[in-house]
Design a protein around this ligand. Sequence first.
Ligand SMILES: CC(C)(COP(=O)(O)OP(=O)(O)OC[C@H]1O[C@@H](n2cnc3c(N)ncnc32)[C@H](O)[C@@H]1OP(=O)(O)O)[C@@H](O)C(=O)NCCC(=O)NCCS
Length: 172
Amino acid sequence: MITIRPERIEDYTAIHEVHVLAFGGEDEARLVESLRQSTNFVPELSLVAVKNGRVVGHILFSPVIIETQKGAISAVALAPMGVRPKFQNQGIGSELVRQGLKECQLLGHKVVVVVGHPTYYPRFGFSSASAKGLEAPFQVSDEAFMVLELIPGALDGIIGMVKYPLAFDEVV
Ligand SMILES: CC(C)(COP(=O)(O)OP(=O)(O)OC[C@H]1O[C@@H](n2cnc3c(N)ncnc32)[C@H](O)[C@@H]1OP(=O)(O)O)[C@@H](O)C(=O)NCCC(=O)NCCS
């Protein structure tokens, strides 16, 4: 049984460990800590997967802006997501994404961007961000930069660049 719920203060150490083990380094764990201390942090969008009382996975969504010629449009970015290596390939990551997207929708978000594995995220409805008129503010392969419209058509007529919170500058 897996429970997905918002993070609590007592989860911080386990979340750090999840990302260090999943990514094999400190960058993503530090990114979470940096975002958590920023004004950009939305506690409801920092979710943990708990199995037998242990935090085995974590996902974070942060508000971002799409800068367009007609002004700024709000969106959220999925990053990072990690599952403890011993618990990977058991559907935990998928559950985190699905619950996270539901929460984003409940909070009224319309657009979610992600930089990630091009063979993983399409199963949740993500597709090429550039094909939807979005540009990344950093070097990233076209197929890794993806977007999901939580409201179909939310990006119709939009051409713009995604602006990430400053904390991301340290990891990209
Ligand atoms: C990516 C990750 C979060 C997925 O979590 P998970 O619990 O293993 O995912 P699920 O069990 O729901 O899904 C497993 C699927 O993810 C795929 N997957 C895992 N790592 C992948 C990778 N690096 N590239 C592409 N697909 C990957 C598996 O091949 C499997 O595909 P299948 O269902 O077609 O067999 C987890 O593998 C992880 O923590 N990886 C290291 C950190 C990372 O890369 N984070 C994501 C950054 S975009």
